[in-house]
Design a protein around this ligand. Structure first.
Ligand SMILES: [Zn+2]
Length: 183
């Protein structure tokens, strides 16, 4: 059984948002094209309180119940089986979808018999990376769909370094084409 994880495909991480990945919105059609190919679709949302120490490091973003915290309007969110909310406390936490506080992602995936997790979303070098690393630690066979993620790229090497770290930890790189091509 395989699951697709959508990390933080939220307005604030897309162009025009508070903490945008350049071209972040380009993951949306790729993710939409993949939604029917999986047994289960789960999504995380960065879901911060209005005041949090997290905002000493980052511009305020994804404040719960605001437009910035909503999924990108083009995302076929009705296909998502369950949403996991993270970064919900006044802490500098919530990079990994596995840190969600409304439900335990590991327990949920194991309960559904998921062995393989395919990770997409925003942003490559922060929340995607931390979600991939934790998925590997939890024992899932973990794939990152390279054309379904986008990074911020504060420093030019940040994104390639993150991909290299994920590969060294055991993540497999795959493209949406590999998943969609006919056998
Ligand atoms: Zn955040």
């Amino acid at each position: 059984m395989k699951a697709l994880l959508l990390v933080d495909v939220q307005n604030d991480f897309c162009p025009g948002g508070a903490l945008p990945a350049p071209f972040g919105d380009e993951v949306v059609p790729v993710i939409n094209s993949l939604l029917d190919s999986f047994d289960l679709v789960v999504a995380s949302k960065d879901w911060h309180p209005p005041q949090t120490v997290h905002f000493e490091k980052w511009p305020p973003h994804c404040v719960r119940d605001t437009h910035g915290a909503e999924f990108h309007p083009g995302l076929k969110a009705e296909k998502i089986d369950k949403i996991f909310l993270k970064g919900t406390d006044d802490k500098d936490d919530g990079y990994s979808a596995f840190e969600a506080t409304n439900a335990d992602l590991t327990d949920y995936l194991r309960g559904k018999g998921i062995k393989q997790l395919f990770v997409t979303g925003l942003t490559t070098e922060y929340c995607v990376k931390e979600s991939v690393m934790e998925a590997l630690r939890q024992g899932f066979e973990t794939f990152m769909i390279e054309d379904a993620v986008k990074g911020i790229g504060v420093h030019p090497d940040d994104i390639p370094n993150a991909i290299s770290d994920m590969q060294k930890a055991g993540a497999k790189m795959i493209s949406s084409y590999d998943l969609l091509k006919p056998n």
